[in-house]
Design a protein around this ligand. Structure first.
Ligand SMILES: *[C@@H]1O[C@H](CO)[C@@H](O)[C@H](O)[C@H]1NC(C)=O
Length: 281
C-alpha cells in the first residue's frame, strides 16, 4: 500500500521567496481554446489525406485552436505535434499586446524594430516561455478570410522578427496568436521564407486561433498546452490553459508537485464501492 500521494499544488512566487498556498485562491484558470468541430476536422484531414489543394496561406480559422511546427499543410517531416516532449508543454506565458498597432492598421506586419519595444521580445526570458501575440483578432474577423481564393487581411510577424526569435530568444519554446496564422503580408506567399519554417526548424511550436477571453496580466501566468497526439499529422487541435494571478501583478504562478502524507484515511464504507456489474448492466 502506498504511503504517499502525489498532489498538484499551486505555488505563488513572491519576489525571491516561494510561498506555498494550500488553496488556489488568487489564481485564475483561463481556457484560451476555441473549439474544434468534428465536421471541420474530418473535412480538413480528409482533404490533406486526399492530397487536395488546401489553402494554407491564411490559416484555418474554422479548425479552432491548433498546434503545428511546420507549414501546416505539410504532412512531411518529423516535426509533428505528437513528438513534442511533454515537458515543453508547461511554460511561462508572456503576453505581447499589439492591439494599439492593429487599431491603426488591422493587417499590420510586426517588424523587428517595432517588436523590440516589448521587453518580452527584446530579452531572452529566464525560463521556458510561450509568447502570446495578442493582435485583438475577433471571431467575426474570420470573415476577412477567403479560403477559396486564398486571400486575406491578417496581421502577422515579419520574417526578420521570426529569425530574431529563433536565433536570440533561446528559452522561447512556443508562440501563440489569436489570429488564424502567424504569416503576414510579407511571408504569406512564400514557400520557404515563412515564419513557420524559421520557427519550426528551431523547434519552436506555433499555436493559432487562440481565444483571448478576458484581461490577463502580461507577465506572471503559466500555460499548459495539450495538443492531440495525432500520428502522421503536422497540425493538431490543442487545448491551451493559463493559470494567472488575480490579485497583484508582481506575483508569478508556478506549478509544483508535492509529496504529502494524507491526513485522513479514506472512508471505510461500502457506500463508496463501485459495483461494476450494476454500471455495465
Ligand atoms: C541576434 O542578436 C544579435 C545581437 O543583438 C544580432 O546582431 C543578430 O542580428 C541577431 N540575430 C538575428 C537572426 O536577428
Amino acid at each position: 500500500m502506498k504511503k504517499h500521494i502525489f498532489f498538484v499544488t499551486i505555488i505563488v512566487e513572491i519576489t525571491q521567496h516561494i510561498q506555498c498556498l494550500s488553496e488556489t485562491r488568487g489564481i485564475e484558470v483561463v481556457d484560451l481554446t476555441s473549439p474544434t468541430t468534428w465536421k471541420d476536422m474530418s473535412k480538413y484531414y480528409g482533404a490533406v489525406e486526399n492530397h487536395w489543394k488546401v489553402c494554407v496561406n491564411c490559416g484555418a480559422p474554422q479548425l479552432g485552436t491548433a498546434f503545428h511546427m511546420e507549414h501546416f499543410g505539410s504532412q512531411l517531416g518529423s516535426m509533428q505535434p505528437a513528438v513534442v516532449p511533454t515537458e515543453y508543454l508547461l511554460s511561462r506565458l508572456l503576453i505581447v499586446d499589439l492591439t494599439t498597432l492593429t487599431e491603426i492598421n488591422p493587417a499590420v506586419v510586426l517588424t523587428l524594430d517595432v517588436a523590440l519595444q516589448w521587453s518580452a521580445l527584446k530579452h531572452d526570458p529566464v525560463e521556458p516561455t510561450l509568447l502570446f501575440f495578442r493582435f485583438g483578432w475577433k471571431e467575426e474577423d474570420n470573415r476577412k478570410i477567403n479560403t477559396k481564393t486564398c486571400s486575406c487581411k491578417v496581421p502577422g510577424l515579419s520574417f526578420e522578427l521570426a529569425e530574431w526569435i529563433a536565433a536570440n530568444l533561446s528559452r522561447v519554446i512556443g508562440v501563440a496568436t489569436d489570429t488564424p496564422t502567424f504569416e503576414s503580408e510579407q511571408t504569406r506567399e512564400f514557400s520557404s521564407r515563412t515564419v513557420a519554417r524559421v520557427l519550426g526548424r528551431s523547434g519552436i511550436y506555433m499555436i493559432e486561433n487562440v481565444h483571448y477571453r478576458k484581461k490577463m496580466p502580461e507577465q506572471g501566468c503559466m500555460a499548459i498546452t495539450m495538443p492531440l497526439k495525432l500520428l502522421n499529422a503536422g497540425y493538431a487541435p490543442t487545448r491551451l490553459t493559463a493559470f494567472c494571478p488575480t490579485t497583484r501583478t508582481d506575483l508569478s504562478v508556478v506549478l509544483g508537485l508535492m509529496k504529502i502524507v494524507p491526513q485522513e484515511a479514506a472512508p471505510n464504507s461500502r457506500l463508496y464501492d463501485v459495483n461494476l456489474d450494476e454500471i455495465l448492466n
